[in-house]
Design a protein around this ligand. Structure first.
Ligand SMILES: [Zn+2]
Length: 455
């Protein structure tokens, strides 16, 4: 047993300051109080908030950050599709060893900036010739191993990918992503589930790359396969994709999905950028969740998700860092919010002119729906019986010096630079302490080696 003291912890009812948490040997919370126990084992000079779930990640893309902010000679302009060509060139090269080294570094960095759980949307699974590896779980095992080394919890979402476009078959460019059938895909899911069933830091989810990556029957089959598992898919990210869907299915992507499949609360629609009012209503009616990835959506020129209207109608949402062009959960929230503030020339647009607190609203959505996206569900941010997973905000950061609880969460979400986030505790153990990942040097060495070989 261990007794912790924090300057404060943030619960749904607000701040408890100071706060005392006791944990058992496995790092589970056994008591939360505002009264000190007789013995204190660790006094933390910081405020604890719940660890954030990064609900959408493609780990290998971290290896190409910074390489596509230019237009090569002869390319003309640049958009999502030309970026995708360059991303495929990187995906073609990456070995299992590099995948593990890149993912370990990425996940370690995630813990440093406040993420305690990652949902890895994993489609780079075949060898360079497009064949399954001898161990069909090779790439999945590498990603899970990376998460363990980095000290982040993972929900691995193997992604079904078979077609190169609406009504098309497989293609050479996507050979490393493809499954040959849903039967093969479900076999893969079941094998991972049984391999990791006793591992508390690992969950397995279902994934479908996009509407263009599977036939209508396959889409229905995957959505219906197992309602107990979270099911993720990219949708309505680009207008070209929306138009192709209308041409092929006679309906827009969300329209078709909500009409034709059993989409429900376990479904997590990544992006959903281009939706009509009736599609928005259909997502909300199905109680599905939208995973918004604002910094990637901005970087790729996708468009703005209509967050204010969506919240006003009761929509569920959370965030992901997707391509990892930016790793900062608070910046994801700010960009999502500020894009709409600028477009509407209004402030606090999350609140739709109702009284409330933007930071509290955003935090609740990001934590609660993020946990569901990872296949988890809890009531409060910290609860007796749950793992102590916490992000620590440095109490010495200038703006954290305010004595009152008022505005503290909004200061963290809207005001602080990432340097003020200086700790991560996972299942009662320090993963990041005083701003440093406990295993950084070793992870960085392997990452630098992997990066040298990627062009
Ligand atoms: Zn994505």
């Amino acid at each position: 047993m261990k007794n912790w003291k924090f300057k404060g912890i943030y619960l749904k009812k607000g701040w408890v300051s100071p706060a005392y948490i006791s944990t058992d040997e496995s790092g589970k919370i056994i008591a939360i109080s505002n009264e000190s126990p007789a013995v204190l084992d660790e006094v933390v000079n910081g405020y604890a908030i719940a660890s954030i779930t990064n609900a959408h990640s493609h780990a290998f893309q971290y290896g190409m950050v910074g390489l596509t902010e230019n237009i090569p000679k002869g390319q003309g302009g640049d958009n999502f599709w030309s970026w995708r060509d360059r991303m495929y060139r990187i995906a073609d090269q990456i070995t299992p060893e590099q995948t593990e080294a890149i993912a370990t570094m990425l996940y370690a960095e995630m813990t440093r900036v406040g993420y305690g759980h990652v949902v890895e949307f994993h489609y780079l699974r075949n060898d360079q010739s497009g064949k399954y590896y001898d161990n069909p779980n090779e790439m999945s095992d590498r990603l899970i191993s990376a998460a363990k080394k980095a000290g982040i919890k993972i929900t691995l979402v193997p992604v079904y990918y078979r077609c190169s476009g609406f009504g098309k078959g497989p293609s050479y460019a996507q050979r490393r992503f493809q499954f040959s059938s849903t039967e093969d895909y479900f076999k893969h899911i079941e094998s991972l589930k049984s391999q990791y069933k006793d591992d508390t830091g690992v969950d397995i989810g279902l994934g479908l790359h996009s509407m263009r990556a599977a036939s209508s029957e396959e889409i229905k089959e995957i959505i219906a396969y197992n309602k107990e598992l979270p099911c993720h898919l990219h949708i309505s990210e680009q207008m070209q994709e929306v138009n192709a869907c209308v041409e092929h299915f006679g309906a827009r992507p969300v329209e078709w999905l909500t009409n034709e499949t059993e989409v429900g609360s376990n479904c997590h629609l990544v992006h959903s950028t281009h939706i009509t009012e009736s599609e928005m209503s259909a997502i909300i009616k199905a109680n599905a969740n939208v995973v918004v990835c604002p910094t990637t959506e901005g970087n790729l020129g996708d468009g703005f998700f209509p967050i204010a209207e969506y919240i006003n109608n009761g929509g569920r949402w959370c965030i992901g860092s997707d391509s990892h062009i930016t790793l900062n959960p608070f910046e994801e929230v700010r960009l999502l919010d500020y894009g709409q503030r600028m477009a509407k020339q209004q402030r606090n647009v999350f609140l739709n002119a109702k009284a409330g607190d933007s930071a509290a609203l955003a935090f609740e959505a990001v934590i609660d729906n993020g946990r569901m996206a990872a296949g988890k569900q809890t009531q409060d941010y910290f609860e007796v019986g749950s793992d102590l997973d916490a992000v620590i905000v440095d109490a010495n950061s200038p703006l954290m010096g305010r004595a009152s609880d008022e505005g503290r969460l909004a200061t963290i979400i809207y005001g602080l630079d990432i340097g003020a986030i200086n700790g991560q505790i996972s299942s009662g153990k320090w993963v990041v302490k005083s701003g440093h990942h406990t295993n950084k040097e070793e992870i960085l060495n392997a990452f630098s080696k992997a990066l040298c070989d990627i062009h």
